[in-house]
Ligand binder design. Structure first.
Ligand code: B12
Ligand code: SF4
Length: 511
């Protein structure tokens, strides 16, 4: 069966796993990738430019030209509008070819997604086994209405088959290595290798999708699973030989959460792979010893979630259990070992007051990490914080609808904040946090003490972006550096194509 996957803006591990499982079982897979320049939902949004570089119509044509038997969309909430536009266009041209939407967004709100005319099937939860069973049955003309992990719409009767989620398999080592070829022509793998050593997270922070996953998988297997050292090393060796990348990016939610495994893994990694790497973790799983082990194995940067420094709020509303002292201890351990520390903070939380921001700024000024990423809260569907916000009256049913259909702004574009005053405050705060990592402490303290920071929203984003680019280069943020290079190349090549083929320019602009 010819399965065409669609994705936009960035690499996607889920799709890579699905493709490799399908290929291993005799199916053919293809990727139609939309670079979605300047509206990639990951890196950059510049509306005027995104219209100029729009490729959605070309994407639809490419899908049609591939003559697919199944069209598979992997959908983040922020990409849902894009996926819907493409699916609608494809359905008009290929009405008989089934479409399936899977990934975090359809998993969060399957009821919403299955109701769309352009969606025939919805994948919920992890998809390797479900999609394989589905594609294989579809190919043989068998009944596909009762597959665990797949919701099916019978278009002739209008009936929807809401099948249960598939019980999680513990055997994640048996999943074939991700099919990096799906993305290599678009985002070259040699620039950095993205790998997950585990799946799941032990926590359920109310704003995060793990909150939902932990809920839907309760009683359906263990959500947090770890691959063995041998399995990960063998993937890295095989892929290093193939792509010759020079950096590794561990995208596990909490890379350091299994201490014994970590110790063993890092020793083998150093011996067998020996490449600089970056990872994400949680303050609870960081101390002097872990930081030192990471450093010795070649780690150069660690991202840590902080999200709020109001301890009681954090506990009650966000369900985050680490104290500020713990965050401090973790950050200092990393700094002491000479690692770059990227702290992540959320602004625009329900019931947040100005004093919360001032306290957070003071905390970060003392701590002075390498970089602080400030996200404006964007509600993700079916997470607990949505219920909290609804209950407190911060959002209403209209906003809920927007959340559930991918209508909210990205976290770097104002997120779910609607009030102009709050938006300005969030912007000022975000600019302040970008500065505290580079300015001398007395200067940052002066900005906070005098309240000058409240007017930082007038600083153009471009100036802050430029300063951040400097920090990114200084801290060897390879993913960001590669994205800059990629943008340069991709926009130049698209421009050349458009100039050669004026018809394409017309299609793009006449959207
Ligand atoms: C690694 C990662 C990234 C990486 C790689 C993306 C990727 N998916 O590989 C990068 C850095 C590029 C990234 C970017 C973004 N990310 Co991210 N990312 C993650 C992270 C930490 C792990 C994802 C992962 O690799 N999981 C392992 C794979 C195997 O699982 P999976 O991708 O979910 O795929 C499985 C199933 O979903 C399903 N499936 C997926 N697609 C399909 C399709 C079909 C047809 C079927 C049947 C099944 C199916 O089967 C797959 C295999 O089991 C998750 C958190 C998490 N724990 O999920 C956040 C997460 C997915 N990211 C999130 C967000 C918001 C983003 C960004 C929008 C924001 C940003 N600017 O960073 C961008 C989007 C960029 C873009 N244009 O795609 C949110 C999404 C929330 C939501 N409701 O949309 C998450 C859930 C984190 C969170 N805050 O809660 N991300
Ligand atoms: S610790 Fe991080 S990944 Fe885990 S639930 Fe909380 S925010 Fe999500």
């Amino acid at each position: 069966m010819r399965v065409v996957f669609l994705y936009m803006g960035a690499e996607n591990l889920g799709v890579q796993y699905l493709s490799s499982v399908l290929k291993k079982n005799g199916h053919e897979t293809f990727m139609v990738f939309d670079p979605a320049l300047f509206n990639d939902k990951y890196w950059l949004t510049v509306n005027s430019l995104s219209k100029f570089f729009d490729q959605k119509k070309e994407v639809i044509d490419k899908v049609v030209a591939l003559n697919p038997d199944l069209i598979a969309f992997s959908v983040f909430t922020d990409c849902y509008k894009w996926a819907s536009f493409i699916a609608k266009g494809v359905k008009q041209k290929l009405p008989k070819v089934p479409t399936i939407f899977g990934g975090i967004h359809p998993t969060s709100v399957p009821e919403e997604v299955i109701m769309e005319d352009f969606v025939d099937y919805v994948g919920i939860g992890e998809g390797e086994e479900s999609l394989l069973e589905f594609a294989s049955k579809l190919e043989k003309g068998e009944d596909v209405r009762h597959i665990p992990g797949i919701w099916a719409k019978d278009t002739s009767t209008g009936l929807i088959y809401r099948n249960p989620i598939r019980v999680l398999s513990d055997e994640i080592d048996s999943i074939p290595f991700p099919d990096k070829e799906m993305f290599n022509p678009h985002l070259p793998i040699k620039n950095g290798y993205m790998v997950a050593a585990s799946r799941g997270c032990p926590y359920s922070c109310t704003f995060c999708s793990n909150n939902l996953y932990n809920k839907i998988y309760r009683g359906n297997g263990k959500w947090l699973r770890r691959r063995t050292t041998e399995n990960i090393i063998s993937e890295l060796k095989e892929m290093k030989a193939k792509y010759n990348f020079d950096k590794v990016d561990f995208v596990d939610d909490i890379f350091t959460c299994h201490r014994d495994w970590l110790k063993e893994f890092l020793l083998v990694y150093k011996k067998e792979i020996n490449l600089p790497f970056k990872c994400i973790t949680h303050p609870h799983f960081m101390n002097d010893e872990i930081a030192q082990q990471l450093k010795e194995a070649g780690c150069y940067a660690v991202a840590l979630g902080v999200q709020s420094t109001n301890e009681s709020y954090k506990l009650k509303v966000l369900k985050r259990y680490e104290s500020n002292d713990k965050v401090k201890e973790a950050t200092l351990a990393l700094k002491k070992s000479g690692l770059s520390v990227i702290l992540q903070h959320i602004v625009g939380l329900p019931d947040e007051v100005e004093q919360d921001l001032i306290d957070a700024a003071k905390f970060y000024i003392d701590l002075k990490p390498t970089r602080i990423e400030t996200y404006t809260l964007a509600y993700f569907p079916a997470t607990e914080i949505v219920d909290i916000a609804l209950e407190k009256g911060h959002i209403n049913n209209e906003i809920l609808k927007s959340i559930n259909t991918g209508g909210e702004n990205m976290y770097f574009d104002g997120g779910s904040l609607r009030e102009a005053k709050k938006q300005k405050q969030a912007k000022s705060f975000s600019h302040l946090l970008s500065m505290v990592t580079v300015l001398p402490r007395p200067m940052s303290r002066f900005f906070v003490k005098t309240g000058m920071w409240k007017y930082f929203y007038i600083i153009p984003n471009s100036a802050v972006t430029l300063a951040e680019v400097g920090i990114i280069i200084a801290t060897r943020e390879h993913r960001a550096i590669n994205y800059m290079k990629y943008y340069f190349k991709a926009s130049a090549s698209l421009l050349t194509k458009m100039l050669k083929k004026p018809a394409h320019i017309t299609t793009g602009l006449n959207k």
